[in-house]
Design a protein around this ligand. Structure first.
Ligand code: DUC
Ligand code: ZN
Ligand code: ZN
Length: 499
């Protein structure tokens, strides 16, 4: 009976519509959606009258158990996924980050080992490309073919650690294009950041405010623009992670208007708080907000990004959940460049977007589902297994109570970190039940996460993995030459049907 669940009388919301319907779940899968369902006896009944029945959230961007800046994040794959479930997120996508020179496959296996035994909800992985060589290119193909990876993230910042230069970015985008993988970028100009940091420290600016001053928003916008230009040279669709500023969001919107395929991911932090905190007189408070790219001192930024998200100039949301305790943040006392970069959000994202997106009147519940779940599932090729409530989909479902009121606080959150950057924000709307793979993991508000219950969700690239076409419908990537009046006027990568 534990495996059978009937959710009655709710409003079922998908990214493309709302219906009054009941949902019947068996063995972790949605078996029926409709009215007057005939279901076996002994099923548990949940009454969702007056509530929304929505697909579990997908957080496109987390860093759990990440070794970074001389320490390791406070949340591991258990506490992080437990916090995710508590907030209505049932799938996370974490980043494998190989160290410079490390085999990507080896790093991938490390992440799988860390995560598999701990995750309380399902997870997928992106792989970061932190250095560039023929071996890396080979391993990218292997990861796509054999290991369920369909996205790669390149860093334009963190010089001397993870940053790629423009030639490497160009080649990496070309490789993603060939593989049909999603190319993601952390868009900030790492060269400028490094120079600005030196100048600020020399001038005696050592506090957390120096972090923002060293990388103002034009440093982000320039990199977003450059990434779009580079990716467009090889016809590669592009995904901008953590869109943090108005000007970065504007670049994405403008490029899309020009017909460039680019997706923008604002995060809980950029949608719900701002960079004024870096000037807070309490060092610990200010340092807690240090993340890369930084939050913006312009306090109109969150509302602006929410508008772009509502009208589809930006498409989906993550959190960059990457937590460090106050003691860990202290490592940067006296030198802001040593403050471990990262903030929380995996638990708060859904409620914050509901409060500041839906309750504010900017978006309706279907758009909320699109930007918190469906679009992520589509872009990372997990749809319709994830991202919707439909027969055959995974039973990842949240009963969302618009009347539930909750004030965010470090005293009550589920993350292992001792600070919450959203402290004191009241959200009207939240998860009453969270069902992950058919299991009730939040039950009338009580969190019942189980370590190791989640599994790895392999994702495959969109382009077929075939270089020798077998059927007419298969496509390969080829260099095409465009000739006009006997002269070559363009040489580009493109997808052409093979006959
Ligand atoms: N930014 C962060 O704040 N933390 C992890 C890595 C990153 O790019
Ligand atoms: Zn990043
Ligand atoms: Zn990140």
């Amino acid at each position: 009976a534990q495996n059978r669940l009937l959710i009655k009388n709710g409003k079922v919301v998908n990214g493309d519509g709302i219906q009054d319907a009941d949902v019947y779940i068996e063995e972790g899968i949605i078996k029926q959606v409709g009215n007057n369902l005939i279901v076996p006896g002994g099923s548990r009944l949940i009454d969702a009258r007056g509530k929304y029945v929505i697909p579990g959230g997908i957080d496109t961007h987390t860093h759990l158990q990440l070794p970074f800046m001389g320490t390791t994040t406070a949340d591991d794959f258990y506490t992080g996924t437990r916090a995710a479930l508590a907030g209505g997120t049932t799938t996370i996508i974490d980043f494998v980050i190989p160290s410079k020179g490390q085999s990507l496959i080896e790093a991938y296996k490390q992440w799988r080992e860390r995560a598999d035994e701990k995750v309380a909800c399902d997870y997928a992985l992106h792989v970061a490309v932190t250095w560039w060589s023929p071996e890396v290119q080979q391993e990218m193909e292997e990861l796509c073919r054999d290991h369920g990876i369909n996205s790669f993230k390149m860093f334009m910042a963190y010089k001397d650690l993870w940053q790629l230069d423009d030639t490497e970015l160009f080649e990496a985008f070309e490789r993603c294009k060939q593989l049909g993988a999603v190319a993601q970028v952390h868009a900030e100009n790492g060269d400028i950041i490094k120079e600005n940091c030196k100048k600020l420290l020399a001038a005696g600016v050592t506090g957390p405010e120096g972090h923002e001053m060293s990388r103002p928003e034009e440093v982000e916008a320039e990199a977003v623009n450059r990434a779009c230009v580079l990716a467009n040279q090889v016809n590669c669709p592009l995904y901008i992670v953590h869109v943090m500023s108005k000007s970065a969001g504007e670049v994405v919107a403008e490029k899309r208007r020009q017909g460039i395929v680019v997706y923008g991911e604002p995060i809980a932090a950029s949608l719900a708080t701002d960079g004024k905190h870096y000037w807070n007189s309490c060092w610990r408070h200010a340092a807690a907000h240090v993340m890369g790219p930084p939050l913006r001192p312009d306090s109109t930024t969150p509302d602006y990004l929410m508008d772009l998200l509502a009208n589809d100039d930006l498409q989906l949301t993550g959190t960059d959940h990457c937590t460090f305790s106050s003691a860990q943040k202290e490592m940067g006392k006296g030198d802001f460049t040593k403050i471990p970069n990262g903030v929380n959000g995996v638990e708060e994202r859904m409620s914050l977007i509901w409060e500041k997106g839906v309750v504010s009147g900017k978006m309706d519940p279907t758009r909320f589902v699109a930007v918190t779940s469906m679009n992520a599932a589509k872009i990372f090729n997990m749809y319709p297994k994830k991202g919707c409530i439909a027969v055959g989909s995974d039973a990842d479902i949240v009963i969302w109570d618009p009347k539930l009121e909750h004030t965010i606080s470090a005293a009550t959150h589920h993350s292992a970190v001792d600070f919450n950057i959203f402290e004191g924000i009241t959200c009207r709307g939240g998860p009453e039940y969270v069902i992950a793979n058919g299991r009730v993991t939040v039950d009338e508000g009580q969190v019942k996460a189980v370590q190791g219950y989640g599994s790895f969700i392999p994702t495959s690239p969109f382009a077929p993995f075939v270089y020798e076409a077998v059927t007419e419908r298969e496509k390969v990537h080829q260099l095409i030459k465009v000739e006009r009046e006997g002269r070559i006027v363009a040489v580009r990568n493109t997808m052409v049907p093979v006959v």
